[in-house]
Write a protein that binds this ligand. Sequence first.
Ligand SMILES: Nc1ncnc2c1ncn2[C@@H]1O[C@H](COP(=O)(O)OS(=O)(=O)O)[C@@H](OP(=O)(O)O)[C@H]1O
Length: 404
Amino acid sequence: MFLKTHKTAGSSILNILHRYGDRNSLNFALPYERDFNYSSYFNASWVKGFNNASRAPYDILCHHMRLNISEVGKVMPSDSFYFTILRDPAAMAESAFSYYRTYCPTFKEAPNLKAFIYNTSLYYRPNNESHHYARNLLWFDLGMDPDEPFTEEMASEGVRAVEDAFNLVLFAEHFDESVILLKEELCWELDDILTFKLNARETPTQLEQEDIERLRAWNSLDWYLYVYFNRTFWDKVERFGRERMDMELRRLRERRQQLAELCLEGLKPLKADEIQDEEIKPYQPTDEKILGWKVRHDLRPSTKARCVQMITPEVQYKYLLDDWQFPEDARYRAKEKELEAKKRSKKIRGKKPEAAPVNKLAVSPRNKPDMVAENKPEVVAGNKPEVVAGNKPDMVVGNKPEVP
Ligand SMILES: Nc1ncnc2c1ncn2[C@@H]1O[C@H](COP(=O)(O)OS(=O)(=O)O)[C@@H](OP(=O)(O)O)[C@H]1O
């Protein structure tokens, strides 16, 4: 179980989990919509299929929610591994301010970020809709009250609750070390934890030291959590072994570079305007532009499919998983799309009717035979050798293809 907190690199972690679950045909506990009715407290009945007596047990629960640990316990097996991710509340606030500006009146009313930082109480209304984005967002996502006045006793009680609930706490700032610890805990392979940076903004604002300190003080409950778990995180790294961690970091970064060269069109993320394909275009909030990636067009189909998975944003991947787990709903959605396309084509006279979008990930290993096994000649341009997972034995049960 992964508690996906907001603006903390959770989308990159989700990509790891989506691909891992997809590759291993695991059963996701999925929301009906994009998330579990955030910002209400999570409820087990919001998981698709939960009330179906003959359903298989859930393996992964990972989409946005406000934590309600007892309800999560009804959904997930009792031996589940719980983890979450934190980020410095100053950086989170800077990210949240621009990302949620349109939805959060507190942010909307402030003329700019500096004005908010220097006059937080002027703009913040605890009862306003979406106020939770503006103060102690981590604390809120973790199911606690973000408006409780700070006391050492209350804050340490919160820390204890988080410590009791989670087996591992990751850090956005130490993303690579975090996923290495995750790999260790879950007995995964290096390729299981590889991901490119997803959901990054085009134009983050550089914070000055004074801004950082003010934002940490404003989000004092989150800062308390952050400081505490940052310490325990590095204790874990010590136990893992510093030298071993350095070696693992080198392996991880080398492999990511190999995959970037194999998969990506350009090694830098692309601006939203450069990505037209809706299947891989990240969700764009109103006031901010989110960067994305494109896959090289000269790859053989099976490699391309797996590269596309690595850059598929959370929302699109979630719907693909939903399509596979609930084919009935997928057929219904496809019909709806077809109808919409027909309606649009009627309106735009003289123009060729628009076909329902082709689902490129339909070549996912979940549904299709392994195309690597077809001995198709490789169509990779140039003489670049394809970087597949070295000689690592395929750890996937059955005849599933290896990850690129
Ligand atoms: N791998 C890695 N390492 C470090 N930081 C990363 C990584 N992946 C994503 N990010 C940054 O995380 C921010 C997006 O967080 P989320 O994906 O959790 O946002 S969301 O709540 O799902 O919208 C977003 O931060 P901002 O750019 O400051 O908004 C991303 O740049």
